[in-house]
Design a protein around this ligand. Structure first.
Ligand SMILES: Nc1ncnc2c1ncn2[C@@H]1O[C@H](COP(=O)(O)OP(=O)(O)OP(=O)(O)O)[C@@H](O)[C@H]1O
Length: 277
């Protein structure tokens, strides 16, 4: 297994008529770590993840170890970085197991040593079943994707990403549709897999409390720019919450190392978070 760090520097990206992120640099992401990307609506979080995944044009540098990812073909990029989108596409007539197998086979070139034929097929089946089991949805294996609830679809999307065993996993609001128990299970699973595989996980979250509990590092983004980085305690402070979200908040440090975040009010004169000033 390769254990390379991810280094983002001078990254710019946006859409045809509008630059969203301008020359953004981030602290190094190390193998085995979980990081959270926070910020208000429209801050540019998804745009940044999609640029890191090679899904939209960008300039600057995104290096995994010594390898520059910007400019790689989509297939080459996808061999190293997997992006879990906010939603699964609708109208796909596949079972859960078939969709996870499909995700694995689409990444077949990641594993050039893999055997083909029946042995290869059996190995893929075992791998898909194993990931369904770890995500806790093996009982849904033969269910059609279009018969699933929103939360179940989100778990399938996670399984499709994890089965590819990427070196960098980018998750866009992976727990937004999940109940409390599933939120905890998913965060724990991502942390475990990051450590087991030496994978770098970067996720967009809106729940600051969860981000603080499960992340080694935080990146706080506002209007396409980095406002704060560091450990949860360094990055999530009353000052950064006021600047980024326009709220008056208290942050208390718990004895078990977590943060307790209490939002008391919207600051007087604050624009809706994310609105351009
Ligand atoms: N396909 C697109 N074409 C043009 N502009 C876009 C496109 N997608 C997003 N944007 C714009 O880019 C900006 C950043 O959007 P982005 O989706 O990255 O924000 P975000 O931080 O992920 O927000 P949220 O928390 O609401 O999901 C927004 O102003 C949005 O309108």
């Amino acid at each position: 297994m390769r254990h390379d760090a991810l280094q983002v520097s001078g990254l710019s990206t946006g859409y045809r008529d509008r630059q969203i992120i301008q020359s953004l640099s981030l602290p190094v992401f190390r193998p085995g770590e979980v990081h959270s990307l926070l910020g208000p609506n429209a801050a540019g979080k998804s745009t940044l993840l999609r640029a890191l995944a090679g899904l939209q044009p960008a300039t600057g540098s995104v290096k995994l170890g010594e390898r520059e990812l910007i400019g790689l073909s989509l297939a080459e990029h996808a061999r190293r970085v997997t992006y879990m989108p906010q939603t699964l596409p609708q109208g796909v007539a596949l079972s859960v197991l078939e969709s996870v197998l499909g995700a694995l086979q689409a990444s077949a070139t990641d594993h050039p040593g893999d055997v083909g034929g029946k042995a290869g097929h059996d190995a893929d089946q075992r791998r898909a079943v194993a990931i369904l089991e770890r995500v806790g949805i093996l009982h849904l294996a033969l269910e059609g994707l279009d018969h699933l609830s929103g939360g179940q679809r989100q778990l399938v999307s996670l399984a499709q990403s994890l089965v590819r065993e990427p070196r960098v996993l980018l998750l866009d609001e992976p727990i937004s549709a999940l109940d409390l128990q599933h939120q905890l299970r998913v965060m724990r699973l991502v942390q475990e897999l990051a450590r087991e595989r030496g994978m770098i996980a970067i996720m967009v979250l809106h729940d600051l409390q969860i981000a603080a509990r499960w992340s080694e590092g935080i990146v706080m983004l506002s209007q396409g720019a980095v406002v704060a980085t560091g450990t949860p305690a360094q990055a999530i402070t009353p000052d950064t919450l006021a600047r980024v979200y326009g709220v008056q908040a208290r942050v208390e440090h718990c004895s078990r190392g977590g943060l307790q975040i209490m939002v008391d009010d919207v600051l007087p004169g604050a624009l809706p978070a994310g609105a351009r000033r």
